[in-house]
Design a protein around this ligand. Structure first.
Ligand SMILES: *Cc1c(COP(=O)(O)O)cnc(C)c1O
Length: 359
């Protein structure tokens, strides 16, 4: 039996994708091989990678002057790889600090350049996105870095900041493909796949092509965007299996009606949970309403001593991975694209039931 899996990542995948991968495991479409066994330079795998990129471009309406790279190293790897590719000839980077993932990006970037924190929500425990008018941007910065969905804190940008001529770079690991994005407004979008796109091991980078000439000489070839773009992400062996599964997820998203349709479902799913939290005098939600994440819903019980009983009851009802991140405590429900609405309804029902019995 499959559980309702609220893990923040690696996370739930569409069941139909897993079934298709299982059916194709030993023999991918008459090739006599598993995708895992294919040469990345063979015609079969090239067709898989090309289809995945084409479908991703369709889903996000990616402009022709943005390159799509299928890399490795995860988003934490990218926290170093981004500055190595973008600070050449420039001195400092502007960051907006909205929580745990912003802090990690800042820590890593400091190895490669001066870092300025242009705005921060640390004053109120990272419970909001600072308004654009409060950002103190440096017009000579190499780029402005934001994390558009803080997976741990549950804070999401529901708007796109204007940074003028300074390129905007966004870690979108945990909400990419959950809604339409105006890709043209970003210099770089990156994310690890294991939240909302597919299995761990694949890192997606979407980069505007005029930004490919800013790498530091120390940048390794495998992480050098210009070299990888010239090699169609095959300068080294790409994460072939993860690209294949992500490709199946892209096909599934298109069959669901594309990102506008997915966004409507995600809005409805998130509302089911936030409505329960808001109607309750028992649970609390730490994030300002306008900035609440649709993907990661953190909440607290009135007393930490109830946490274990809450988690045990959830598990008995087939709902797992609801414990909040160790950095912030409490509970967290991650409800990515592949989380069916039935799973969210089951959790909403359980939240009400637990409040009645313990409130
Ligand atoms: C999960 C996550 C990361 C880290 O991803 P890794 O694959 O572990 O490197 C970075 N940023 C955000 C927003 C995340 O959700």
């Amino acid at each position: 039996m499959r559980v309702h899996n609220f893990s923040a990542g690696p996370a739930v995948l569409p069941e139909s994708v897993l079934r298709q991968a299982a059916a194709e495991m030993l023999d991918w479409r008459g090739s006599g091989m598993s995708v895992m066994e294919m040469s990345h330079r063979g015609k079969e795998f090239i067709s898989i990678a090309e289809k995945a990129e084409a479908d991703l471009r369709t889903l996000l309406a990616i402009p022709a002057n943005h390159k799509v790279l299928f890399l490795q190293g995860g988003a934490i790897g990218e926290n170093a790889i981004v500055p190595m590719n973008l600070v050449g000839g420039r001195k400092s980077i502007d960051f907006v600090n909205t929580g745990e993932w912003s802090k990690k990006s800042i820590k890593e970037a400091k190895r490669y350049a001066e870092v300025r924190v242009a705005a921060s929500s640390e004053d109120r425990a990272f419970s909001y996105v600072p308004a654009r008018e409060t950002w103190k941007l440096d017009p000579s910065a190499a780029y402005v870095h934001i994390c558009t969905n803080e997976t741990i804190g549950g804070v999401e940008y529901h708007w796109t900041p204007d940074t003028g001529d300074v390129p905007l770079v966004a870690d979108m690991s945990s909400h990419l493909l959950s809604r339409p994005v105006d890709v043209a407004r970003y210099g770089v979008i990156y994310g690890g796949a294991q939240k909302n796109l597919g299995p761990a091991g694949l890192t997606l980078v979407i980069v505007r092509d005029d930004l490919l000439d800013r790498a530091l000489p120390i940048c390794p070839s495998a992480f050098h965007w210009k070299e990888q773009a010239a090699a169609d992400s095959m300068l080294n062996t790409p994460p072939t299996w993860a690209i294949y599964i992500a490709g199946l997820v892209f096909e599934w998203l298109i069959a669901q009606g594309g990102l506008a349709a997915i966004e409507r479902k995600n809005v409805a799913k998130a509302k089911l949970l936030y409505d329960v939290l808001d109607a309750s005098g028992f649970y609390s939600s730490p994030v300002r309403k306008e900035d609440r994440s649709r993907m990661n819903v953190p909440f607290r019980l009135p007393d930490e001593k109830l946490d274990a009983a809450f988690l045990k009851g959830a598990e008995e009802r087939g709902m797992v991975q609801l414990k909040g991140h160790r950095a912030v405590g409490g509970m967290r429900a991650s409800i990515y694209n592949a989380m069916p609405v039935e799973g969210v309804r089951a959790l909403a029902d359980y939240l009400r039931e637990f409040e009645r019995s313990h409130g």
